[in-house]
Design a protein around this ligand. Structure first.
Ligand code: GRF
Length: 214
């Protein structure tokens, strides 16, 4: 029998439909995938994506901002749930709240996000409409480590999508989303199997392992 691969326990944080969560769940269904989804956190009890977690029998934590006096207490409650679940890495996938600097610092180099543009172009919202308005010919998506400044941080992976003359924000969004569903599992696999090192703002190939002594 092949020995079981030690998989990195990760959490996925969502606020909405969770199509990226579904892509990550599908990838992690393969026992050879180097990460397992131990927990799904949502700040909304009605997030559509929670159904994907339930379908895959993944534990969920609903942490709603309105039950906490301030952002610091809300973020601390999320960290407590993540730590209870023994999570080693957190994947933001359409989590629609800006996390506090304290949260980002606590999860430094253990927190990644997917953003629907080729960062550093178009941080923030409405990226597809803004890409069309700017006239770029190439758009896409980015998986990056999270830093305090919104939609910044070392880039793990990007996928490019050509902009077509007849694109609307919706048609462009749909083509970018299809790339997101491919990119996020691939980026997570790379992080979870530790095939990288972070050098300033860059994510580089891991240094080759030192030769065994003797
Ligand atoms: C995606 O476009 C992602 O890039 C952005 O939020 C959206 C989430 O979509 N951060 P879904 O909930 O994964 O379907």
């Amino acid at each position: 029998m092949t020995p079981a691969v030690r998989r990195l326990p990760v959490a996925v944080m969502i606020s909405g439909r969770g199509s990226n969560l579904a892509a990550l769940i599908a990838a992690a269904a393969d026992p050879a995938f180097p990460a397992e989804i131990a927990l799904v956190v949502s700040d909304r009890a009605d997030a559509g994506g929670l159904a994907h977690a339930a379908g895959a029998r993944i534990a969920t934590a609903i942490v709603e901002r309105r039950f906490y006096p301030d952002k610091a207490a809300f973020d601390a409650a999320i960290t407590a749930r993540l730590e209870q679940a023994g999570v080693a890495l957190v994947c933001l996938a359409g989590f629609m709240r800006v996390l506090s600097d304290a949260f980002v610092a606590h999860w430094h180099d253990r927190l990644i996000n997917i953003h629907p543009s080729l960062l550093p172009a178009f941080p923030g919202l409405d990226t597809h409409a803004r890409a069309l308005a700017a006239g770029v010919r190439v758009h896409g998506c980015t998986v990056h480590f999270v830093r305090a400044e919104v939609d910044s941080g070392p880039i793990v992976a990007q996928a490019a999508v050509p902009v077509q003359d007849d694109d609307t924000a919706e048609s462009l969004a749909a083509r970018v989303l299809a790339e997101e569903h491919r990119l996020y599992p691939a980026a997570l696999a790379r992080i979870a199997s530790r095939r990288f090192r972070i050098d300033g703002n860059r994510v580089l190939a891991a240094a080759p392992a030192a030769p065994a002594p003797g």
